[in-house]
Write a protein that binds this ligand. Structure first.
Ligand code: AHR
Length: 502
């Protein structure tokens, strides 16, 4: 049994729409083949951007897109990706499969894609192998309307007006692929690079400092202590890292193990926020969880460096539960970017030639889109079931599992609820329990309601997937609830996610 009370007049933090953000890296078939096919492709496109993918992302109201990496960002030299395409130098993508990157998708193409999607661009600068001057000039090229060599160059390349890019990260994973730095060293580098990322006109940059990997609390403490006056956000990367396990061969134990690990996001967000609170009690500095997702072994027969994997109902539970956690911690978490948007890790969309499918994770973003820019409301959980699976296999070594703190106890149902400007309430509930339907009851305090509309993502098995042969096997379905007085009741099937609008 799950019982909760929604206090519809207890307004908490705003759920920034950017919590529903995405990430696109020059990795495998995310950019090339996934988002961009080039102007000469037979696949329907606008300026080279796949129309089917653009439409699908617009339908879930994509608010922000991060680019060009990831690890790729700290090897990327932006000037190689501007100007006539046939004159752009190529490079080796050493992080991802050692393939040749021809730089045909660069700054102008990315910003055109964001225009088509109607979303904010979030650009990640190169601190690891780039120069201060290079980063500073990129920001000038993007955002200045003064007369300068950079703005003249931009105009020569076909763009008169600046783009006004707001979100800019100064390095990526600089504790690892971005230079293997110690936090103290990165802090000094960050301060130097960030100094020359200038504001132009009315555009105020949101400067993002590289944050910790999972539970590296020392990193957070050091960066907050040394950089807090120079930054607007700290990033956090946290994957459910099962890189030796298949995405689709799942048993009860593996199901539980992944879901439990996904729920550890709450512990991490809370712990990093506590450290941030010591230095920034007013919460000016946001936490951007700008990489997260369930990362499995690449699909058999594909380039292991391309990180292409299928996406099951289990992954929909991972996404739904983590997004509920972000909503519930939206006082500090103001952006998140699932990795990655197309064809890589926990993708929303998979493509094969001209075919495209929406994964179960995609449908979670569809289900949750009403939360964007709404206000979190009070939600008291009065009753919830414990859920566990006996773990017979030995625990995984840390290099396989990552550095997480899987909670010892899992509750069957997680929830978040928001109130939109028009007064409507959206509640999203996920039953993570793989074998039990849960009877749910939500009582509404503060207002009277006469109508409820609800949709559900459910399927027969936790390893169910959408395929190119059967792309609509798993889709959102309308769902019937009972509204009596101020109480709504319904039965939530195993590994299902449900949203209601009241
Ligand atoms: O998303 C794939 C990779 O994971 C990114 O390039 C990197 O930042 C992280 O380690």
């Amino acid at each position: 049994m799950f019982k909760a009370q929604l206090n519809t007049n207890t307004l908490k933090s705003k759920v920034d729409k950017n919590i529903y953000g995405h990430f696109s890296e020059h990795l495998g078939r995310c950019i090339y083949g996934g988002l961009y096919v080039g102007e000469n492709s037979d696949i329907p496109n606008v300026d080279g951007m796949r129309l089917d993918v653009v439409e699908a992302l617009k339908a879930v109201k994509i608010p922000v897109l991060r680019w060009p990496g990831g690890c790729f960002a700290d090897e990327y030299h932006w000037m190689d990706g501007i100007g006539p395409k046939n004159e752009r130098p190529s490079m080796i993508n050493t992080n991802w499969g050692g393939v040749t990157e021809d730089n045909s998708f660069g700054t102008h193409e990315f910003l055109r894609l964001c225009e088509l999607l109607g979303c904010e661009p979030y650009i990640n600068g190169n601190l690891g192998s780039g120069t201060v001057r290079e980063m500073s000039q990129w920001v000038e090229y993007l955002n200045s309307d003064n007369i300068s060599p950079m703005t003249e160059l931009r105009k020569k390349n076909g763009r008169e007006k600046s783009w006004g890019v707001k979100y800019f990260a100064v390095g990526n994973e600089n504790w690892g692929c971005g230079g293997n730095m110690r936090p103290e060293y990165y802090a000094d580098e960050y301060r130097r690079y960030a100094t020359y990322c200038r504001n132009y006109g009315d555009n105020k940059l949101v400067k993002v400092a590289c944050g910790p990997n999972a539970n590296d609390f020392k990193w957070t403490e050091t960066i907050m202590r040394l950089c807090r006056g120079h930054m607007d956000a700290l990033s956090l990367h946290n994957y459910v890292w099962r890189w030796k396990d298949s995405a689709t061969e799942i048993d009860d134990e593996k199901y539980f193990d992944v879901v439990r690990d996904a729920l550890s996001m709450e512990f991490l967000v809370e712990q990093h926020s506590k450290i941030m609170d010591q230095y920034d009690p007013g919460k000016r500095i946001a936490l951007f969880v700008d990489e997260w997702g369930a990362w499995y072994k690449a699909m058999e027969g594909t380039n292991p460096g391309f990180l292409y994997q299928q996406n099951t109902m289990r992954d929909s539970v991972v996404a739904a539960s983590i997004l509920n956690i972000f909503n519930n911690h939206s006082d500090r978490v103001r952006m998140s970017n699932i990795a990655q948007v197309v064809n890589v890790i926990q993708a929303l969309i998979l493509t094969e030639g001209d075919k495209m499918l929406k994964t179960p994770t995609y449908h979670i973003y569809d289900l949750y889109k009403e939360h964007q820019d709404a206000t979190l409301i009070g939600c008291d959980i009065l009753e919830n079931d414990e859920y566990s699976v006996e773990m017979r296999r030995p625990p995984m070594p840390p290099e396989h599992e990552g550095h997480h703190h899987p909670p010892k106890e899992i509750k069957s149902v997680n929830i978040s609820a928001t109130r939109a400007e028009d007064g409507s309430i959206c509640a999203t509930l996920c039953n993570v329990n793989h074998e039990k339907s849960i009877s749910c009851s939500l009582s509404l305090v503060g207002n009277s309601y006469s109508e409820v509309s609800a949709r559900i993502l459910t399927s027969e098995r936790y390893d169910d997937i959408n395929t190119f042969e059967e792309p609509e096997k798993i889709t959102l379905k309308p769902f019937t609830t009972n509204l009596s007085g101020s109480e709504i009741t319904f039965e939530l099937p195993p590994f299902s996610t449900f949203a209601l609008i009241i």
